[in-house]
Design a binder for this molecule. Sequence first.
Ligand code: GLY
Length: 355
Amino acid sequence: MKTIQSTSYSIHFNETCYEKLNTYLKSTNFSKIFLLVDTNTHIHCLPRFLSNIDVNMSLEIIEMEAGEIHKTLDTCTQIWHSLSDLDGDRQSLIINLGGGVVTDLGGFVASTFKRGVRFVNVPTTLLSMVDASVGGKTGVDLGVIKNQIGVINFSDMVLIDPLFLETLPEEEMRSGFAEMLKHGLIKDADYWNRLCSLKELNISDLGNLIHESVTLKNEVVKRDPTEQGERKQLNFGHTLGHAIESYRLENETLQTLLHGEAIAVGMVMEGYLSAKTCGLSEEALTEIKNTFKAIYGSVDFTENDKSSIIELLKYDKKNSHGQIKYALLESIGSCVVDIIVDDQLIDEAFMYYAS
Ligand code: GLY
């Protein structure tokens, strides 16, 4: 599958990715190679990764706990200590083998350790293959508020091996699929239609679709790497979605939602805002709602949930001058940014979602 060229780095696929990595490791004089895994990828992905690596030096493995609740500065501190104790220096390389938490957090650790060491992302979940590992966003959560601390800094390469998905639970596959649907909604109606017509998510179909999603995202990132304008489109569904995800993380009596599950709700609600403010047709809105509800089911919100979620909107990173700014759809395949909506419409969006 064709390599995708990004800003300063390449995204390699399938067997080619290991050839490229091995050549890179041999041609670069790294003092140490650290491999960051979590408790899941240590078991399920590390053996496959190591069996494809050909390098004349030992790798130091650093393990973190799996899960969004560990995407914290505390975890970073532990890893910075490990790097220091294991004699990491500025010529070290960190390879992040994992889902979005590992690639976001590992990228941030690498970007800040000794003012920055090089890193490579090897995403092992669908979500991190099509979104988190690509585009240079690194960072951690602040309490339950998602991705509040971080920097944009690009990895040296991204390696996408869809065979890692063989051990991925079904709900994690669905979670990543939500980001792919988002790529169709904001950029490509034909891609959206093809994704909607899939009967199931099997790895043989997904290979090409992952490549297509990464291509769509990468084109946006190349035009606007630091999110001054167009890149904000990638946040469609995320303003409400992140607030919902954070709310469920902070509320111990409620089950947490996976990122894709939360943005699926966010995309239906922000679809409603799009219809009210940006001209998205009623027909397209109904199609969006039916599609997401068929795949992700429905989440219930009480009045209290709703007001707490609305309160959390103020932390969204697209906000400025105290105003909440949305990325919304004009039609399926076309997105506009920096849209301000009336508070009343947010209430209505919750009602529309529940209807
Ligand atoms: N996940 C959105 C972005 O990378 O911009």
